[in-house]
Design a binder for this molecule. Structure first.
Ligand code: MN
Length: 264
């Protein structure tokens, strides 16, 4: 009887060991295929982020004019906030970026996108300044374009379908985006990105970080720094996030999504 029990135990042990071994092999296979997916979508590395047709120049960086009047987005954002946000905050990112790069002619020749994608190639003593101010310049340049006085409503075309497939419905997408934006602690951004696997995903970043720093392509993003909403909404970030949908420029966002699909 004892021998029988010993044999059974030995058999069980073998089965357990074999399954563990098989599971380990499986994990290795999964890890390899994930690496393969990530490297095959490194194609985002050649996509412009600031605009759909050109990268953002750093020789020198220039403040782009607002594509509309300060009062134009009043369905969501008051004129004074627009003026301060563009003329003071965005302008400061531009000036500080130029200041950081002033002694680095080789870096000035590169685009802001390229600097942010490869921050390790930026000397350590100016790296944080380039990250914060290059990111600020890039994020805001995109931000002004993805809003419009004629904005609002719902997306159409391929992006609308993809949003429905990924998030269930447009309303569920909005809800998740607002929730993510409300939960971002402190200053930062909430994004709809195309991730390295080519799928739509809602993410947030701290400070002025941009999703390209993690290999994702930013299709749209909302600024949740207090400077973006505090004059009108005070501490009610949720209300700002809700109202913001009234000025969202879907044709421009659709263009950005199409661009990311071409190279995903
Ligand atoms: Mn801002």
């Amino acid at each position: 009887m004892l021998k029988y029990l010993q044999k059974t135990f030995a058999l069980l042990l073998t089965v357990v060991l074999l399954s563990t071994l098989l599971m380990a092999c499986d994990t290795v296979t999964t890890a390899e295929s994930e690496t393969a997916t990530a490297s095959s979508t490194a194609a985002y590395s050649s996509l412009p982020v600031a605009y759909t047709d050109k990268e953002l120049s750093a020789s020198p960086a220039k403040l782009p004019p607002l594509p509309y009047d300060n009062t134009a987005l009043s369905k969501a954002i008051d004129a004074e906030t627009m003026k301060l946000h563009h003329d003071a905050h965005h302008a400061a990112y531009v000036n500080n970026l130029n200041d950081a790069l002033k002694n680095f002619q080789n870096l000035q020749k590169r685009s802001v996108e390229s600097l942010l994608r490869d921050l390790n190639s930026v000397p350590e003593d100016i790296r944080t300044k380039v990250r914060n101010n290059g990111g600020g310049h890039l994020n805001h340049t995109m931000f002004w374009q993805i809003m419009s006085p004629e904005g609002g409503g719902e997306p159409t075309g391929e992006l609308a379908q993809e949003i429905n497939t990924t998030f269930g419905s447009f309303d569920q997408f909005k809800q998740q985006f607002n929730q993510a934006g409300a939960s971002r602690f402190g200053s930062g951004w909430v994004w709809l990105v195309r991730n390295p696997q080519g799928q739509l995903q809602i993410t947030t970043t701290a400070n002025q970080d941009n999703p390209i720093m993690e290999g994702s392509y930013p299709i749209m993003g909302n600024d949740v720094w207090e400077h973006a909403y505090y004059l009108r909404y005070r501490n009610r970030r949720g209300e700002y996030l809700n109202n913001w949908w009234n000025v969202v420029n879907w044709p421009e966002i659709n263009k950005r999504s199409q661009l990311s699909l071409k190279q995903s």
